[in-house]
Ligand binder design. Structure first.
Ligand SMILES: Nc1nc2c(ncn2[C@@H]2O[C@H](COP(=O)(O)OP(=O)(O)OP(=O)(O)O)[C@@H](O)[C@H]2O)c(=O)[nH]1
Ligand SMILES: [Mg+2]
Length: 272
């Protein structure tokens, strides 16, 4: 059954076949730690949809893009995960804010590995694998952690194609592609993934997503009028002087993704 085959394929299961696009089990066996990236706007969905792929061992949560989410709610999520026993950090990879705590944590883990290996012999790099939804910010985090721009990154989901190691000093990072299967996502889950651009543009209906965002996230009583006014304000007028609702919806979603509609947390820990 689905759950059985997923369990067999979890990343980190030794000797098992991995999901296509992910590193093979031998490579994964070398990994000391899995940095599991969660979009700060949708941590619950980021976790749920990726959960079947990753074992629970050696997991660290990294909340990405906190600049786009509500700071207090992101703080609540960090505290919630920590209270459940998981190391958790909120990191803005594009500015470096929040990176200090994660870096200190990784340095400490690296030092522990050195000691465990042998008191005087081996000092080896800490090997951390990045994992998470498409477009969640894996390559950006790799670059920020290593102080490089070697990992290709960009606003579209599906940018990173294969897995590859990047190294600097005593830190080795395995950047992976966003391989999580989102093809079965529907309803609210799909809207959340679309709003945060974790799925490709042909997987969702822009008008539906914009309507849902206006209603559920921005709590507009009349979402259609809200999007129409938004379109009128930015001059998206079609034939006959009417607002082009399709373009208005698309632009509304794009503005949300860039934080131009304000910081917004779609999921809160206490209500989920
Ligand atoms: N606002 C904001 N944007 C970020 C942050 N971190 C990354 N991004 C942006 O998110 C987009 C996706 O980043 P990537 O690092 O390519 O994401 P990825 O998870 O490697 O994506 P795939 O390889 O396609 O799965 C890029 O446009 C980044 O600039 C952040 O902290 N804040
Ligand atoms: Mg990438």
């Amino acid at each position: 059954m689905a759950s059985k085959s997923r369990r067999r394929n979890k990343v980190g299961s030794r000797g098992k076949k991995q999901h296509p696009g992910l590193p093979g089990s031998r490579t994964v066996a070398m990994v000391d730690m899995f940095l599991f990236l969660l979009d700060s706007r949708i941590p619950k969905t980021s976790l749920q949809i990726a959960e079947p792929y990753l074992l629970k061992k050696n997991r660290v949560y990294v909340m990405t893009k906190p600049d786009l989410a509500h700071p207090e709610i992101t703080g609540d999520w960090v505290r919630t995960f920590r209270s459940q026993g998981w190391p958790c950090f909120a990191v803005e990879s594009n500015t470096g804010r929040g990176m200090g705590a994660l870096t200190a944590f990784l340095e400490q883990k690296q030092a522990e590995i050195g000691c465990k290996a042998h008191s005087e012999v081996l000092v080896r790099p800490l090997r951390a694998m990045l994992f998470g939804l498409p477009n969640v910010g894996k390559s950006s985090l790799a670059n920020r952690l290593l102080g490089t721009s070697k990992a290709p990154f960009g606003a579209k989901p599906g940018l990173t194609r294969g897995s590859h190691w990047l190294r600097r000093g005593l830190l080795e990072i395995l950047d992976t592609p966003g391989v999580i299967d989102t093809s079965q996502a529907k309803g609210e889950i799909l809207y959340k993934l679309a709003a945060t651009w974790a799925v490709r543009d042909n997987q969702y209906d822009e008008e539906e997503v914009a309507f849902w965002l206006a209603k559920q996230v921005f709590e507009k009583a009349d979402p259609i009028s809200h999007i129409t006014e938004f379109g009128r304000d930015i001059g998206l007028i079609g034939p006959g002087g009417r607002v082009d609702f399709s373009r208005a919806s698309k632009t509304f979603i794009q503005c949300f993704r860039k934080g131009k509609l304000g910081r917004a947390s779609i999921e809160k820990p206490d209500t989920q």
